[in-house]
Design a protein around this ligand. Structure first.
Ligand code: URA
Length: 196
């Protein structure tokens, strides 16, 4: 079975999922974006926002548009190089942070997506994604910029944590050492790894 076929099977299960209350309020399950056959990296966000819930595609709202700008600057092709997913597949009401219960109930889908795509690297975009894989509670600003090794259900993946674009929407400075400059440095590091 191709990756695409396995993912389509998994998506069908997600579309019917009512394992938690988010299944009662969502408009769409937001399963993924990008090409699983060509993707070198999986980028994992937090959860769908309003625009994602309405379209069924991750990172298409304001944060997504900013992410696209950074990816382009770093020479990462969103459609070819990345497979983009979220920790939780349905929108939490009013964009609140997903609860531990919601994350736990959705974790099986997340791990399966990773195992099927089996990318060279995992990118944890923001604290929610990082905390699903990295046991120690640590801020993105303390851990970003270096390669990590994480265990996903028995398999080891080279990984890295980056700021969430929503954080950059609140931090505009382009000075050296500030979040926007660091985000570009991190994505350039990732771009080198993707293209090596
Ligand atoms: N924020 C996320 O973490 N994921 C999305 O898909 C959109 C916004």
């Amino acid at each position: 079975m191709t990756k695409q076929t396995q993912l389509e099977e998994l998506k069908k299960t997600c579309l019917d999922c009512k394992n938690c209350e988010l299944g009662l309020t969502r408009n769409n399950v937001v399963f993924s974006d990008g090409n699983p056959e060509t993707a070198k990296a999986i980028l994992i966000g937090e959860a769908p926002g309003e625009n994602e819930d309405l379209t069924g595609t991750p990172f298409v709202g304001r944060a997504g548009k900013l992410l696209n700008e950074f990816l382009e600057k770093a020479g990462i092709n969103r459609e070819k190089d990345l497979y983009i997913i979220n920790t939780v597949k349905c929108r939490p009401p009013k964009n609140r942070v997903p609860t531990d219960e919601e994350k736990n109930k959705c974790a099986n889908y997340l791990y399966k997506q990773i195992k099927i795509v089996n990318p060279k690297i995992l990118i944890f975009c923001g604290a929610t994604a990082l905390q699903s894989f990295y046991k120690d509670k640590i801020q993105i600003s303390k851990i970003r910029g270096r390669w990590l090794e994480v265990d996903v259900d028995g398999d080891k993946y080279k990984s890295i944590a980056i700021f969430h674009p929503s954080y950059l929407l609140r931090n505009h400075s382009l000075e050296k050492g500030k979040p926007r400059t660091l985000m570009l440095e991190d994505l350039e590091l990732i771009s080198k790894e993707i293209n090596s």
